[in-house]
Design a protein around this ligand. Structure first.
Ligand SMILES: Cc1cc2nc3c(=O)[nH]c(=O)nc-3n(C[C@H](O)[C@H](O)[C@H](O)COP(=O)(O)O)c2cc1C
Length: 374
């Protein structure tokens, strides 16, 4: 191994007691490839099995905690006990390389797939401003419904425990339901679930508390709890900005989580409105100030990209695209073969990459999402 990358290979122990062998994490990635009954398909199993052998920690693509929380077609589900065997199949595949695995849990809110009873903090029309977004009309949730969604996050956590996962990640990012509540752009409520900072944080707080109760009651070994956030809603005039993210980080620090996970388009991206020279990542690290471990994803394709972030003080790096293109990204770096890390998706090697058919369809349908080498 080139010694400059040795920092990636230090082990890391989370607050809950789970230890990982290195700092490279498989970023959560949806594959659009479940069976039509929303159980894990064999294609997904081989996709995971090929990618989990080098990383220190695996985070699965998101699973919906309720039927109307589905955000992608053919998205494996976690909303009823009938799905426990399917989740177990995923946990086995995700853990087959020896690394612990985390199930990412979510509700799509105003980005549910068309045809569902789309709900949000307030009635809204989602804006289709990225390849994942689908524009649907949503209705406002009632107080009782909010409570049942909170319970659903807890129930899916129990299923994750029963299926053999080592943790859950709350998907509070990407404009899904939790962010719908947190953001003043989508939360126009005047009851206890909207308005002030405290009220807009009430929904994530209740979800975290519910999940902690479930972990306390059902987990028989250390079980990780993380929270994913998007730092800014750059396309919305009244959307979230870094100042809001500082408040969110302060709130999350108080929750004693194992980690917070910043979803960045690029680890070098800068805040929308600021004249500041600092990147969002630097600002997030400053605010977290070592009080909670930070994981971040954002266009780290090569080991040098990841090294730059680690040298800024990022303890844990999440790799998405790069792991699709290089299932053995970590092994390449570990064995001094970093020059072999591909930054383009090589179509001639497609049959070796085990990319599920529907994921490949999505990649082809979204120009610019991946660099494709024909
Ligand atoms: C195919 C694909 C599916 C994704 N699905 C999810 C998902 O289910 N949950 C999530 O939080 N992020 C998802 N993301 C975002 C990634 O986790 C990551 O934050 C983003 O791609 C930036 O990191 P990267 O440049 O290393 O890919 C997805 C990304 C890709 C490429």
């Amino acid at each position: 191994m080139n010694q400059k990358y040795s920092k990636f290979f230090d082990s890391f122990t989370f607050k809950s007691g789970v230890t990982i062998k290195n700092r490279v994490v498989m970023s959560p990635m949806t594959t659009w490839s479940s069976n039509d009954d929303l159980t894990i398909s064999d294609e997904e199993v081989s996709y995971y099995k090929q990618r989990v052998n080098g990383v220190g920690l695996v985070i699965t693509g998101c699973t919906q905690v309720l039927p109307n929380g589905q955000g992608f077609t053919n998205e494996f589900a976690g909303y009823s006990d009938d799905f426990i065997p399917s989740l177990q199949k995923l946990a086995d595949a995700a853990k087959s390389g020896g690394a612990p695995a985390i199930l990412q849990i979510f509700h799509a809110g105003n980005k549910a797939i068309p045809g569902l009873d789309a709900v949000s903090a307030s009635a809204s029309k989602a804006e289709a401003d990225n390849p994942f977004e689908i524009s649907v009309e949503t209705r406002e949730l009632s107080h009782e419904e909010i409570l049942s969604i909170i319970r659903a996050f807890g129930d899916t956590t129990r299923r994750a425990i029963e299926a053999g996962f080592d943790g859950v990640e709350i998907h509070g990012a990407h404009g899904f339901l939790i962010q719908n509540f947190w953001s003043p752009a989508t939360n126009k409520r005047t009851d206890q679930w909207g308005g002030s900072l405290e009220n807009r944080l009430r929904f994530p707080l209740a979800i975290i508390e519910e999940i902690k109760k479930v972990i306390e009651k059902h987990a028989t070994k250390p079980f990780l709890l993380g929270y994913r956030l998007s730092p800014e809603e750059s396309s919305k005039v009244d959307g979230l900005r870094m100042k809001d993210t500082y408040e969110l980080i302060d709130f999350l620090v108080e929750q004693n989580l194992d980690y917070i996970h910043a979803s960045l388009d690029h680890v070098a991206s800068k805040p929308v409105d600021s004249q500041d020279e600092k990147t969002r990542l630097e600002l997030i690290l400053e605010r977290a100030n070592g009080k909670v471990p930070v994981l971040a994803a954002g266009s780290m394709l090569t080991p040098d990209d990841a090294l730059k972030a680690v040298e800024l003080g990022l303890p844990l790096v999440a790799i998405g695209h790069a792991l699709i293109m290089n299932p053995d990204w970590v092994e390449k770096v570990e064995n001094g073969r970093e020059a072999e890390v591909e930054t383009e998706l090589d179509v001639s090697k497609l049959d070796q990459l085990h990319i599920p058919g529907k994921l490949w369809d999505q990649i082809q349908a979204s120009p610019g999402w991946f660099n494709i080498k024909k």
